[in-house]
Ligand binder design. Structure first.
Ligand SMILES: NC(=O)c1ccc[n+]([C@@H]2O[C@H](COP(=O)([O-])OP(=O)(O)OC[C@H]3O[C@@H](n4cnc5c(N)ncnc54)[C@H](O)[C@@H]3O)[C@@H](O)[C@H]2O)c1
Length: 272
């Protein structure tokens, strides 16, 4: 498959790009940053929030060999002002969706986040058929981007998979991470499955590894062919060496962990 990966210079992007290449995909990178060393495919240094820039990238990519799918990872991956968040998550997604429709590209895999439902009290198996319940403006941005994907699936018949990623790290670093970890290899497996699943329509999955202590349901992912192999449990003894703290308790209370705390409260009208 020929795949455009946005945010290709980022922490998930670099891992996913090389993983998709290893799995036989032809990967085109797009990012505000220049291409990282070792990147082998075509590269576009451009802003996903600028519709003209996105259109120019699609024109070049589609004209130069076609394009089968988009993996949209580009964003500010944490809390910010509401206007900045809407630009970073919703406007970028809209610009990409418009270009997909204009150029007949039928699939998008979107890096959503657990923070789309972060204010949900923690349970043993949160499904995907729950009320969107963001914990921050960041979470609001992810909910709105998921809604935009849903709209374009219904209007234009494209396929869109939103993966609510947990904690993408080489290994879990906290007690919460023992439940929310997404390993590097599983991230690649997940994106590849989302690209290959037959006719997903609009789908939401949780992007975590096969963690023994998982808080979120892996079945929606498995239904699309995402079969994670790693388990944070192998790091449990190491993580639990340090005594549990009050922070661990807060982090275990809600899906979004620390993002629910007052540290993240700010007025919506605050300008960037
Ligand atoms: N890392 C995690 O644990 C985690 C968890 C949940 C969701 N996510 C989501 O996954 C995605 C990737 O996260 P990451 O950790 O790799 O972040 P990152 O900051 O490492 O990478 C993001 C990349 O996107 C690029 N970028 C930002 N805005 C852009 C724009 N407008 N146009 C083009 N490029 C732009 C940045 O230059 C950067 O290289 C984000 O959408 C994030 O919200 C990440």
């Amino acid at each position: 498959m020929r795949v455009l990966v946005t945010g290709a210079a980022g922490s998930i992007g670099t891992v996913v790009c090389s993983g998709l290449v290893d799995r036989g995909h032809d990967v085109v990178g797009m990012d505000l940053k220049v291409e990282p060393e070792g990147f082998t495919g075509a590269w576009f240094t451009a802003d996903c929030g600028d519709p003209d820039a996105v259109e120019a990238v699609f024109g070049a990519v589609v004209g130069g060999g076609g394009l089968d799918a988009v993996v949209h990872l580009a964003s500010i991956p944490t809390e910010d002002s509401l206007p900045t968040i809407l630009e970073s998550h919703v406007i970028t997604t809209g610009a990409l969706l418009d270009a997909m429709v204009a150029h007949g590209v039928n699939r998008i895999v979107y890096a959503s986040s657990n923070h789309a439902v972060g204010r949900t009290p923690r349970s043993d198996r949160l499904g995907t058929d729950v009320r969107p319940r963001p914990d921050t403006f960041y979470g609001v941005g992810k909910v709105a981007a998921e809604a935009l994907l849903s709209l374009y699936v219904d209007r234009y018949g494209i396929d869109a998979v939103a993966a609510r990623i947990g904690s993408f790290l080489p290994q879990p670093e906290s007690r919460r991470g023992l439940s929310t970890w997404l390993s590097h290899d599983d991230a690649v497996r997940m994106v590849d499955a989302c690209l290959s699943a037959p006719d997903p329509g609009f789908a939401v999955i949780y992007g975590i590894s096969a963690n023994t202590r998982a808080w979120w349901d892996l079945e929606p992912g498995r239904a699309l062919g995402y079969h994670p192999r790693d388990d944070a449990e192998q790091f449990a003894a190491q993580v639990e060496q340090a005594p549990a703290t009050e922070e661990d308790e807060v982090e275990a209370g809600y899906v979004g962990g620390p993002f629910v705390t007052e540290r993240y409260f700010r007025p919506a009208s605050l300008r960037p």
